[in-house]
Design a protein around this ligand. Structure first.
Ligand code: NAD
Ligand code: IPM
Ligand code: MN
Length: 351
């Protein structure tokens, strides 16, 4: 059995409800199937932590995390305590940036037992590859307070290194899958960054001439996620476009509460971080009804990351089987609560 040092940050809201559930599932998997065992170290960093300490994590927080093999995070954000841009930039986005988690991989595929809001779509299996370190999320810009002439500038930063890296990753992924890459662009309206994005996409695609490609404007592509998701395979997108497409991908699967994600550090210098696509869902926090599948499926991505796809497949089959048995939370049309869904998944792993 291989031991993995796992830094666990439940964070805020339903993060505190679904993370312990996913850890229960991981523990059961280790007991039943061997392979990997996760030694969890819990960090209470969150908006509550901010209320007490005036910061989202201690000054040496990143140094503490650096020791771990991976980070397993729930969700961050409680705007009733601290503004989102402060909490997110003080913890989640800080980890993504400082640990060079430059790629965010977010699958959107049909799984058994969930009815897509699209009705009866043809089978789709999309991998969104989101640039995770620059683009529209840059800290470059400023605000000029000048009465009625007030101006705010938010720069988007696209580097050759950053753009070609995410595209290269997308092509390599496509080579292992059905083999198609779609680029999300907006070069018809955005004059500097997006024509550059297209240019780099052409360059990288030339190196992978076996992989067919297309380039779609983000507005049209959003519509295609709804009207013809089965035509998409790997979708490569800038930070903000990828963020929006991944909630759309989650929605066509059935719920934002089931979508998983991995923030990948490519150079091996820092741990990667696994967290679901959804946020802290303050509207349902405390009711015990959050869907734990996003967090549990995220655990499967972590198993794949550590080279244990068999454990991951057992996990996904257990998720599908309990969904097919109708054990579902309200967001996907069921009546079960968070714990009941987890218990059903655990029972199937033990079978
Ligand atoms: P959200 O994802 O938290 O919620 C959007 C909607 O989806 C809500 O109606 C919520 O109830 C529902 N939902 C989300 N997860 C669910 C689950 N597991 N089960 C059932 N329903 C679920 O997005 P939001 O409302 O825009 O943001 C709320 C807070 O979370 C904000 O502070 C935001 O900044 C933060 N946020 C954090 C992350 C993250 O940590 N990665 C991601 C997104 C949003
Ligand atoms: C996500 C979230 C974050 C993002 C927010 C909370 C900063 O929406 O992980 O998708 O935009 O990346
Ligand atoms: Mn998002």
């Amino acid at each position: 059995m291989k031991n993995i040092q796992l830094a666990v940050i439940p964070g805020d809201g339903i993060g505190k409800e679904v993370v312990p559930e996913a850890l229960r599932v991981l523990d059961t998997l280790s007991e039943v199937h061997g392979g990997l065992k996760f030694d969890a170290i819990h960090y209470p960093w969150s908006s509550d932590y901010y209320a007490e300490h005036g910061e989202m994590m201690p000054k040496d927080g990143l140094d503490q995390l650096r020791q771990s093999d991976a980070i397993f995070l729930g969700a961050i954000g409680d705007p009733s305590i601290v503004a989102d841009h402060i909490s997110l930039n003080g913890l989640l986005l800080k980890i993504r940036r400082e640990f060079e988690q430059v790629i965010n991989v977010r699958p959107a595929k049909q799984i058994k037992g969930i009815v897509s809001p699209l009705g009866n779509p043809r089978d789709f299996d999309i991998m969104i590859v989101r640039e995770n370190s620059e683009g529209e999320y840059s800290s470059s810009g400023g605000r000029v307070h000048n009465g009625e002439d007030e101006i705010v500038i938010q720069n988007a930063v696209f580097t050759k290194k950053g753009v070609s890296r995410v595209m290269e990753y997308a092509f390599q992924l496509a080579e292992q899958r059905s083999g198609h890459v779609t680029s999300a662009t907006k070069s018809n309206g955005i004059v500097h960054s997006m024509p550059f994005w297209d240019e780099v996409f052409s360059e990288v695609s030339e190196k992978h001439s076996n992989i067919p490609t297309n380039s779609e404007h983000i507005d049209a592509l959003s519509a295609f996620f709804v009207t013809k998701p089965h035509t998409l395979d790997v979708v490569v997108a800038s930070n903000l476009f990828g963020d929006i497409l991944s909630d759309l991908g989650a929605a066509i699967m059935g719920s934002i509460g089931i979508a998983p994600a991995g923030n990948i550090n490519l150079n091996g210098k820092y741990p990667s971080m696994f967290e679901p696509v959804h946020g802290s869902a303050p509207d349902i926090y405390g009711k015990g009804i959050a869907n734990p599948i996003g967090q549990i499926w995220t655990a499967k991505m972590m198993l794949d990351h550590f080279g244990e796809p068999e454990m991951g497949n057992v996990l996904l089959e257990a998720i599908e089987s309990s969904l097919e048995a109708g054990i579902k939370t309200a967001d996907i049309g069921g009546h079960s609560n968070t714990k009941e869904v987890t218990d059903a998944i655990i029972a199937r792993i033990k079978k």
